[in-house]
Write a protein that binds this ligand. Structure first.
Ligand SMILES: [Zn+2]
Length: 94
């Protein structure tokens, strides 16, 4: 498995890498970019799926991560990784 580059931006909701540009950032209500969340999680100033629990988010993302040839990760390790990472992100931190 590849080392993650922590210098790039990470979505504070789903934990996905957002690269170094604002291309994948979510949009605020005024049309500006939100540096904390990706365009899948955050749109027009709100979460696209506000009812989602952290566990549901993990199950949603695991298949995508497992299919990602760049990540080269099994479904089990993807789930483990998310279970470790997501509780530290802004959206899920208590
Ligand atoms: Zn996201």
């Amino acid at each position: 498995m590849k080392e993650f580059d922590m210098n790039q931006q990470w979505c504070q909701s789903c934990g996905m890498p957002m690269g170094y540009t604002d291309e994948y950032l979510g949009t605020n209500a005024d049309g500006s970019k939100n540096p904390d969340y990706c365009s899948h999680c955050w749109k027009d100033g709100q979460f696209t799926s506000p009812e989602l629990t952290m566990e549901q988010m993990i199950e949603l993302c695991v298949p995508y991560m497992a299919q990602d040839s760049e990540l080269d990760i099994t479904e089990a390790s993807a789930r483990q990784l998310m279970q470790e990472t997501l509780p530290k992100l802004k959206r899920w931190k208590k």
